[in-house]
Write a protein of this length. Structure first.
Length: 182
């Protein structure tokens, strides 16, 4: 009786590990697919300063084909290690540059796979859209959301601009996938 229980547990563990390996392998194959070719206006500029491939194409598709920005400049950098020393682990952070209009910097955690990069970029582009609409502003010690001050001590997942970004990121991800791989 005891042996059957041990065998059952061992088989369950082996099955779970095999499923994880197969899903990981499937994701690696999915990530190797080639992106479709698109043409973008010269006024939509993305600079990939990371070692992560395809980030520029992802940002261009999000900028012009999904969010319909005709003029925007986005620079993408690796996230400095000290960004993730708090209670929240960030995969990406976007900041609107204080000089000029339509200029942004995105910091991405360089330890993500392509699928997580795409999802994170979808999330960050919701924030860019919030900035562009005028709903979100960054103050020295706070955020301004639709005229209301949001202090940094508010729980991350309760901030209204984060709630919107999390709510929309999956549907934007589906649009992105369709445009990248049609």
């Amino acid at each position: 009786m005891k042996t059957k229980g041990i065998v059952f547990i061992a088989l369950t563990i082996i099955t779970v590990l095999l499923a994880v390996v197969l899903l990981n392998k499937r994701q690696q194959l999915m990530d190797r697919r080639h992106f479709n070719k698109h043409t973008f206006p010269k006024s939509v500029v993305v600079t990939n300063m990371t070692s992560m491939p395809k980030v520029d194409t992802i940002a261009l598709v999000l900028s012009h084909l999904i969010f319909k920005f005709d003029t925007i400049e986005v620079k993408v950098y690796n996230m400095p290690r000290n960004f993730n020393r708090g209670e929240v682990e960030y995969y990406g952070i976007v900041q609107q540059l204080p000089f000029g209009r339509h200029k942004y910097i995105i910091f991405l955690n360089p330890e993500m796979g392509l699928s997580k990069i795409k999802l994170t970029m979808c999330h960050e582009f919701v924030h860019i859209h919030q900035y562009e609409r005028g709903d979100l502003e960054l103050n020295v010690n706070s955020y301004i959301w639709k005229g209301d001050t949001i202090v940094p001590s508010m729980k991350y997942d309760e901030r209204p601009f984060e709630v919107e970004a999390f709510k929309k990121q999956r549907s934007i991800y589906k649009q992105l996938e369709n445009l990248l791989y049609e």
